[in-house]
Design a protein around this ligand. Structure first.
Ligand SMILES: [Mn+2]
Length: 459
C-alpha cells in the first residue's frame, strides 16, 4: 500500500467512530501543533474530545488511561515508540496512532499511520504533518491548517535549507499564509536586538561573536552598523539593504574557516498576516514560542496560540521570556560545571545535571550545545536530568551537522539491561529510567562511548 492510500483508509475508519474521543499528544512544538490541527479538525467534524499533552507515554500514564471509559483513543506525535505498552493497556479499545517516530516492531490491531512504515525518510514528515494529511483527507477545508504543520516540522528541525518530500507539499498547501524569502538565517530577527541575535547565534556559529557580548558589539562596529537608532536597539529586520549586505559579508568572512561559510543564507518562513516584530511572524520564532509553552508545562497556552486566542498569545510571550532566561541559566550551569558534573572526554561529553536543569529543557540544552560549534563534528553529547517523578530523563545528540550516527541505537546499547524506554529518531533520541540506575547507566555510557570513539579513530 502507498502512504496516501493508507491516509485515505485511516480517514475512512475515522468517519465510523462515535462518542467522545480521547486525544493524547506530545509536549513539544510539533506535538502542540499536531494537537491544534486535530482539535480544529474534530470541531469541524462535530466530534467531542478530551485532550491531554504529555512528555512521554509512561507506564503510569497508560495505566491511568486504561481506567478511563473512552472507546476511541488518538495518539499524535507519539505512540509508535510505545506500541507494545499501549497494546498491553488499551487493546480492548479503538486506537489511532498518527506519528512519525521510529515504530516498535510489534503487531497490533491499531490504526497506525506513520511515514516510516512506508519507507519515507526521517525528515520528510513531522507528527503535525501526519495529522495534517489525515485532516485534509477528512475535509478539504482543513487545508487552512497547513501552516501549523509547517511550524511543527520546523520545531522538529526538519527544515534544512528547504523541506523534503511531503513537507514540501504541505508548504505548498500553506502558500496563501506563508511567505518564503531568501535571507540571513538567524534566530530572533523579528524580536531581538541585533547584537543579542549575534551573541546568541549558535547557528550560524560566528567565531569571536557567538557567545561573546563584547565580541558582538565590536563586530558591528567593525562592519559599520549602528547599534541604536533614535535611542532604540535595532533589530535585524530594521537594517537597510546596504547594511544587510555588510552584515552578511562580515559574517561570511568571519566564518571562512567553517566548512560552508555561506550557509548563513537560506529560506526564511514568515506568516503574511502577522505584523513585523511579532514573535509569531517568523515560523522559527513561532515554534520556539510553542516549545517554551510546552517545556514550562503550559501546553494549553501553546494550543490556544495555534487556535488564535488573543489571551493565549499574550501569556505565551511571557512564557517565552521565562524560557529564554532558563536556557541561559542552564547553559551557564553547564559552563560552570565542566570537570565536575560535566565530563568531557575524547569523542563524547556526559552531562549529569540532576535537578539543576529542568528535565523538559535537557534535550533543548543538548541540541544547543551540539549546534554551538564548540565541539568537534561527531562528538556525542549525552545529557541527563531528574524528573519530579524520580526518573532520569536522558537525551543524546551529535555535535555538528553531518549526523551520521544512529543515536537511538547507541542509546539502546547504553541502556542495555537497565529498565527504561528509548524513543526518538536516529539523529536525536532520548530515554527515561529510574534514578537508582543512574550510576550504572553512566558507567555503561562511558564504556560504549569510548569504544565508539576508538573505533572512529581507527577508521
Ligand atoms: Mn515530532
Amino acid at each position: 500500500m502507498e502512504f496516501n492510500e493508507a491516509i485515505a483508509l485511516v480517514a475512512l475508519k475515522f468517519k465510523d467512530i462515535s462518542g467522545t474521543i480521547r486525544v493524547i499528544s506530545h509536549l513539544d512544538a510539533d506535538g502542540l501543533t499536531s494537537a491544534a490541527i486535530l482539535a480544529k479538525t474534530l470541531e469541524r467534524e462535530g466530534k467531542h474530545f478530551n485532550l491531554t499533552i504529555v512528555r512521554s507515554l509512561t507506564k503510569e500514564f497508560l495505566d491511568e488511561l486504561k481506567k478511563e471509559d473512552y472507546k476511541t483513543f488518538v495518539f499524535c506525535d507519539l505512540g509508535s515508540g510505545a506500541l507494545k505498552e499501549i497494546n498491553e493497556t488499551l487493546n480492548d479499545r479503538t486506537v489511532f496512532i498518527l506519528d512519525h517516530h521510529q515504530p516498535q516492531k510489534v503487531k497490533t490491531a491499531f490504526i497506525h499511520l506513520n511515514p516510516l512504515l512506508f519507507k519515507k525518510e526521517d525528515k520528510e514528515l513531522s507528527g503535525a504533518g501526519v495529522v495534517y494529511l489525515f485532516s485534509k483527507q477528512l475535509n478539504e477545508e482543513n487545508k487552512d491548517l497547513a501552516y501549523l504543520a509547517v511550524i511543527g516540522a520546523i520545531g522538529d528541525v526538519q527544515e534544512d535549507n528547504g523541506f523534503k518530500g511531503l513537507n514540501n507539499e504541505i508548504l505548498e498547501d500553506a502558500r496563501d499564509k506563508i511567505l518564503v524569502k531568501n535571507g540571513l538565517k538567524m534566530f530572533g530577527a523579528q524580536t531581538r536586538p541585533l547584537h543579542k541575535v549575534l551573541e546568541y547565534s549558535n547557528w550560524p556559529y560566528i567565531p569571536g561573536v557567538t557567545g561573546d557580548y563584547n565580541g558582538a558589539l565590536t563586530f558591528l562596529d567593525e562592519i559599520g552598523i549602528e547599534l541604536k537608532k533614535n535611542n532604540q536597539f535595532r533589530k535585524l529586520i530594521h537594517l537597510s539593504k546596504d547594511e544587510l549586505k555588510k552584515l552578511v559579508d562580515g559574517i561570511i568572512i568571519r566564518r571562512m574557516d567553517e566548512e560552508n561559510p555561506e550557509d548563513v543564507l537560506g529560506p526564511i518562513y514568515l506568516l503574511k498576516d502577522e505584523e513585523n516584530e511579532s514573535p509569531f511572524k517568523d515560523l522559527r520564532e513561532f515554534s520556539t514560542l510553542l516549545n517554551s509553552c510546552g517545556r514550562l508545562n503550559k501546553p494549553s497556552i501553546g494550543i490556544g496560540v495555534c487556535l488564535g486566542s488573543e489571551k493565549a498569545r499574550e501569556q505565551a510571550f511571557d512564557l517565552l521570556m521565562k524560557y529564554r532566561k532558563e536556557i541561559v541559566n542552564s547553559l551557564n550551569w553547564f559552563n560552570e560545571n565542566k570537570g565536575k558534573s560535566v565530563t568531557e572526554e575524547k569523542g563524547f561529553i556526559i552531562i549529569k545535571a540532576e535537578e539543576y536543569i529542568r528535565d523538559t529543557l535537557i534535550g533543548t540544552v543538548n541540541s544547543i550545545l551540539s549546534k554551538s560549534g564548540a565541539y568537534k563534528e561527531g562528538t556525542i553529547i549525552l545529557s541527563m536530568a531528574y524528573t519530579i517523578e524520580g526518573n532520569v530523563k536522558c537525551s543524546i545528540r551529535e555535535a555538528g551537522y553531518k549526523q551520521e550516527k544512529d543515536l537511538k541505537k547507541i542509546l539502546e546499547r547504553i541502556l542495555g539491561d537497565i529498565e527504561g524506554q528509548v524513543g526518538g529518531h536516529t539523529f536525536a533520541a532520548g530515554c527515561l529510567f529510574d534514578q537508582k540506575d543512574e550510576d550504572a547507566f553512566i558507567e555503561n555510557a562511558k564504556k560504549i562511548l569510548s569504544s565508539i570513539s576508538i573505533e572512529e579513530e581507527v577508521k
